[in-house]
Ligand binder design. Structure first.
Ligand SMILES: [Zn+2]
Length: 264
């Protein structure tokens, strides 16, 4: 290639890059190697749920710096970080996959970073969550569920998807307040006792919990729906799998959540 032609090609590439950079957010992300001949036969690929975390750090600035670099386990990020005073910072494009969930499972979903928006709350893991922070979270959930057409019930805890590894957000997180604002699944106050024959393990699995480690799954459920931080005691084993004792309140709440999932 002659020098003149090489320079012309370089100019064209630079001009094309500038055009792509200034293109609006909804322009298709295309390869310059291919002609564009769009097919209508595709689905929007987008987040299916929202995962909530606490940062377990002493300050907002420390959390913000970590979410742009790495923690002890490697590089991490989240789409949003909310300060105690209600300030909301966005770190990652909602169409991009942030690195906040790690290994885990929720229902049929096994790559939760692929499937979710991650929101970190500045909280050290032992203190109550600030009023202004929860107000801001509720406003952000409303915005996200509206713009991304997410079901308002599709808000879960990090610990829900990774019960053997994670315990966030802590038992102090006000899930009842979120539910009163219309977010997340929540048992009805007047739910009756579970009937004879009700299977609480199946109900946990129907909600989305990985029940292969039942004590961990029940601990996550109790933290989320009962505000309890104490792990349930394993009571024995059934065909090699550890079993736990569900109490009447576990069974009542699980039965009602199962009924709601089944539209009853
Ligand atoms: Zn987390």
């Amino acid at each position: 290639m002659s020098l003149r032609r090489a320079l012309a090609v370089r100019g064209l590439v630079l001009a094309l890059s500038a055009t792509l950079l200034s293109a609006c957010a909804h322009a298709p992300l295309r390869s310059p190697l291919a002609a564009w001949s769009p097919s209508p036969n595709h689905d929007a690929r987008q987040a299916q749920l929202i995962v909530l975390h606490h940062t377990q750090m002493d300050s907002f600035d420390e959390a913000l710096a970590t979410l742009k670099s790495a923690n002890d386990h490697g590089r991490v990020s989240a789409h949003y970080l909310i300060a105690e005073d209600g300030r909301i910072v966005q770190l990652v494009d909602e169409r991009a996959r942030a690195w906040h969930a790690g290994a885990g499972r929720w229902g049929v979903l096994s790559d939760l970073n692929d499937a979710s928006i991650g929101i970190e709350l500045d909280n050290d893991g032992s203190e109550p969550f600030a009023e202004a922070q929860i107000d801001a979270l509720i406003r952000l959930l409303d915005d996200l569920c509206t713009r991304l057409a997410l079901p308002r019930t599709a808000v879960i805890a990090h610990a829900d998807l990774a019960p053997t590894r994670k315990a966030d957000p802590s038992a102090q997180f006000p899930w009842a307040r979120l539910a009163a604002a219309g977010f997340g699944e929540w048992p009805r106050a007047d739910a009756p006792l579970a009937p004879e024959g009700f299977d609480p393990v199946l109900a946990l699995a129907l909600l989305g919990y990985d029940t292969s480690n039942l004590p961990a799954a029940l601990a996550a459920f109790r933290r989320r729906f009962r505000g309890m931080e104490t792990a349930p005691t394993p009571v024995g084993s059934d065909k090699g799998a550890v079993t736990v004792a569900f109490d009447d309140e576990d069974r009542r709440l699980l039965f009602d959540l199962q009924q709601q999932r089944l539209g009853r």
